[in-house]
Write a protein that binds this ligand. Sequence first.
Ligand SMILES: NC(=O)c1ccc[n+]([C@@H]2O[C@H](COP(=O)([O-])OP(=O)(O)OC[C@H]3O[C@@H](n4cnc5c(N)ncnc54)[C@H](O)[C@@H]3O)[C@@H](O)[C@H]2O)c1
Ligand SMILES: *[C@@H]1O[C@H](CO)[C@@H](O)[C@H](O)[C@H]1NC(C)=O
Ligand SMILES: *[C@@H]1O[C@H](CO)[C@@H](O)[C@H](O)[C@H]1NC(C)=O
Ligand SMILES: *[C@@H]1O[C@H](CO)[C@@H](O)[C@H](O)[C@H]1NC(C)=O
Ligand SMILES: *[C@@H]1O[C@H](CO)[C@@H](O)[C@H](O)[C@H]1NC(C)=O
Length: 321
Amino acid sequence: MSITVKTEKKIGIVGSGLIGRSWAMIFAASGYKACLYDIEPKQIEGALADVKTQLKTLEADGLLRGNLSADQQFSLIEGTTNLQEAVKNASIIQECVPERLELKRKVWKQVDDVVSPNTILSSSTSTFLPSSLSDHLTNKKNFIVSHPVNPPYYVPVIEVVPAPWTDPEVAKKTRAIWEEVGQTPVSLTKEVPGFIINRLQYAILNETWHLVTEGVLNVSDIDKIMSEGLGMRYAFLGMLETTHLNDHGFVNYCKSYADTIYAVSKDFKPTPKFEGPHVLEIAKQLEKDVPLDKLQERRNWRDKCLTKLSQLKKQMNKLKI
Ligand SMILES: NC(=O)c1ccc[n+]([C@@H]2O[C@H](COP(=O)([O-])OP(=O)(O)OC[C@H]3O[C@@H](n4cnc5c(N)ncnc54)[C@H](O)[C@@H]3O)[C@@H](O)[C@H]2O)c1
Ligand SMILES: *[C@@H]1O[C@H](CO)[C@@H](O)[C@H](O)[C@H]1NC(C)=O
Ligand SMILES: *[C@@H]1O[C@H](CO)[C@@H](O)[C@H](O)[C@H]1NC(C)=O
Ligand SMILES: *[C@@H]1O[C@H](CO)[C@@H](O)[C@H](O)[C@H]1NC(C)=O
Ligand SMILES: *[C@@H]1O[C@H](CO)[C@@H](O)[C@H](O)[C@H]1NC(C)=O
């Protein structure tokens, strides 16, 4: 493994859609060159124009990351329809093509055929296990998943997920790169379906489904449990630290609540399937608040909230004991 061989501060990005653009901006903010590859020349043009606008807007709003100006950052980003150019001398390739297994496997084979053995091969996939994307690659020990949460510019966590054959050095180096560019990587020691974010998210959705379909409370009220309750703490503390602070430390928390947690958990129902008439019933309640033609407006509001929250978190982290 020659991953320590010096490579440029360059990322090759394969797929210039929503996530590919975010990566380009995040890396350029830390002085990396970012080369955006796509099969669609129109997509690249659109991506570059969009990135430029986004950088300018961020700069005007005082929200631009890093020390370089919007123009300097933009000059670090280029587009190409030539895969070889995108991967050349890159320390990491981040793939962001649509979430289709066969497409991703094909694209990775193409990259594998032209990439140097010093380059980290990283996928943004949200659902496919790294083993299912890389078993056919010559450089499969350089393969890893780096799964972001949208929008990664403001939501920093990245799940770093190795395949069984991923070189541990690659996992370490990948984590270090994400830290270097200001994201917050978490490292899994092995691949598990759903990684961590979706496993936790589905566990919550799962119980939410039961409570709503059993008529314990309605959609708008259960969503408040998170947005006006648990979520407020979870924006700053993890699940475990929350328990640690809620009693005199975790040991005492377990002494106080182990029986309760067990009894309540025993009351959970079998794993539900999100289908049947309840789907329309829940959708109807959600659409009363946010009709389908207002989704984009609400997303824009969500992203503004996340921007403000990420600023608040930075301030508050400075005050942490
Ligand atoms: N959007 C999200 O919220 C989100 C969050 C986490 C992870 N992801 C993951 O990121 C990946 C990309 O998602 P997205 O939302 O950016 O998709 P997108 O549809 O916005 O962009 C995909 C891009 O890939 C390009 N493309 C298609 N075929 C290609 C090929 N053969 N070679 C090169 N480029 C090709 C398309 O032209 C398009 O520009 C997916 O794996 C997705 O699961 C997305
Ligand atoms: C910005 O500059 C400061 C001080 O020179 C440095 O510590 C920091 O790492 C830089 N940030 C980025 C993102 O380059
Ligand atoms: C790649 O790096 C090598 C060694 O540093 C350098 O000679 C070469 O010009 C670089 N290629 C490109 C396309 O930047
Ligand atoms: C789904 O919830 C049920 C209880 O509601 C539980 O038995 C099952 O393990 C849960 N699955 C997940 C993914 O949490
Ligand atoms: C949800 O339930 C509460 C309590 O019954 C009620 O006040 C509220 O109007 C309901 N919300 C919707 C959107 O039906």
